[in-house]
Design a protein around this ligand. Structure first.
Ligand SMILES: [Mn+2]
Length: 367
């Protein structure tokens, strides 16, 4: 198991790469889509956009321009020059697959574009692409000072946002005018969104296998039943199994977000984790801790939530998980660099757990 770190596109500078390394990361997960407005202001303040309501999301990319292979290769070289391994790219650009999500007229063309993107990522030597098959995306959480000592976190306070998604928006991002994005207002049910995912996986997993790339699905965050009048996909613990079984393949894997799993109704968190670890279905792990379940939960520091993180590490180790674990977002702490402090705390906590070698410890200490 490897300790990784996730960086947003606007953080891809020498200082953030060095920071990740200094925190003990050996691997890096990069969000190649530039999601946020005013990212420079966040960098200057040392905090980060949280995705809470307030217009932090920006514009999607160009539907007609796929990711450039030489730019991906340059990214990998830059990450390697900083002493890190580029483990994954996280999330497709909404501009490149909105009609796959919406079943719109450009669907077949966009499937071909995603296949080509997967091939480019594979040729660039990047082994995993994380994705989130979702209409509403990550949305509808509120910010509060609910973590220990009043640290700022995200959560839900019982209210599920039903404000419909505006025309021309997919996965929170505005699509270019004239892109032909269809409205998501037409009511679709859960069976429909599942059949779109199944069709997508049947269409692209063979290309991913050939390219040596693992597609890794993130569950719905937050895992409510419906959000913004759209159905959610993986919003209950048993649905990870359903997703893996749609197209059994090493290239159909999970970006298992443990915070989201813990927020789901149900009490089989550790069994689900154990099952997917043992079956080799986890490409990488998002780790954050939470207290409560949807629609009433708050994120917490790693050591104060419902998840026993030491037990998580034991289960992953015993299950033979050999992938990367990264902190998801963390509480933002009261200091000049709230995001850095929160991430450094999470990394230190995780690194201490990963550095323990139970075999050695038992050999030297019979207790
Ligand atoms: Mn996550």
């Amino acid at each position: 198991m490897k300790l990784g770190f996730g960086l947003y596109r606007h953080q891809l500078d020498d200082a953030h790469l060095a920071f990740a390394r200094q925190c003990g990361a050996t691997h890096l997960v990069v969000h190649w889509v530039d999601y946020f407005r005013n990212a420079d202001a966040h960098n200057a303040r040392g905090d980060q956009p949280t995705g809470a309501p307030g217009g932090v999301w920006g514009d999607a990319g160009d539907p007609d321009n796929l990711w450039d292979e030489s730019e991906l290769i340059a990214l990998r070289h830059r990450v390697e020059a900083a002493g890190l391994v580029l483990a994954a790219i996280e999330n497709f650009d909404p501009a490149h697959w909105f009609d796959i999500l919406l079943d719109g007229p450009r669907r077949d063309m966009q499937v071909e574009g995603i296949r080509e993107t997967i091939r480019r990522v594979g040729r660039a030597g990047i082994p995993v692409i994380g994705y989130n098959f979702s209409l509403a995306g990550v949305y509808g959480r509120v910010k509060s000072r609910a973590a220990r000592g009043g640290a700022i976190v995200l959560g839900m306070d019982g209210r599920v946002d039903e404000e419909p998604i505006p025309d021309g928006v997919a996965w929170n991002m505005r699509l270019p005018a004239g892109s032909g994005a269809t409205s998501v207002r037409a009511r679709v049910d859960s069976a429909t969104i599942w059949s779109r995912l199944a069709r997508f996986l049947r269409d692209v997993v063979p290309a991913a296998e050939e390219a040596g790339v693992r597609l890794a699905a993130h569950p719905d965050d937050p895992p409510v039943e419906r959000l913004r009048d759209t159905p959610r996909l993986v919003n209950r613990p048993d649905l990870f199994r359903r997703l893996c079984d749609l197209v059994p393949s090493r290239s159909n894997a999970l970006e298992l977000c443990l915070g989201t799993l813990a927020e789901m109704p149900g009490e089989n968190f550790y069994e689900i984790l154990d099952e997917h670890a043992r079956r080799g279905e986890i490409a990488y792990i998002h780790l954050r801790n939470v207290r409560g379940q949807v629609p009433h939960y708050r994120e917490t520091f790693l050591d104060e939530g419902d998840i026993d993180v030491a037990r998580v590490v034991r289960i992953l180790r015993e299950g033979g998980f050999d992938g990367v674990i990264i902190p998801d977002h963390t509480p933002q702490m009261s200091c000049a660099a709230p995001w850095h402090a929160g991430m450094a705390f999470a990394m230190g906590y995780l690194k201490a757990l990963l550095d323990q070698d139970p075999g050695k410890r038992l050999a030297s200490d019979p207790l």
